[in-house]
Design a protein around this ligand. Structure first.
Ligand SMILES: [Zn+2]
Length: 89
């Protein structure tokens, strides 16, 4: 977590093991055994690993959404990221 106010967030990296490529995609997923239905966990993926990671989640039935990172970070999606406000979960 970045907790230095005023500093720009670093470019997010792909979540694939050992991959340091810049993330291009956000995979939104939910494990119904662990999470409430509205909850969204997110993995980041580069172009190369998008298919691999989405397949990993897809075969388990966890995958909910795959959206471009730029779109995910737009205000439209801001409310659906990991909530910090009380009472939203
Ligand atoms: Zn990658």
């Amino acid at each position: 977590m970045v907790n230095a106010p005023g500093s720009a967030a670093p470019s997010p990296f792909c979540s694939a093991k050992g991959c340091r490529a810049a993330a291009v995609w956000v995979l939104a997923w939910n494990n119904p055994k662990l999470h409430t239905p509205e909850r969204r966990k997110t993995w980041l993926a580069c172009e190369e690993h998008r298919e691999h990671l989405s397949r990993f989640l897809g075969v388990r039935g966890f995958l909910k959404d795959v959206v471009p990172l730029a779109e995910w970070e737009s205000p439209q999606h801001a409310g659906s990221r990991e909530p910090h406000e009380p009472g939203t979960g």
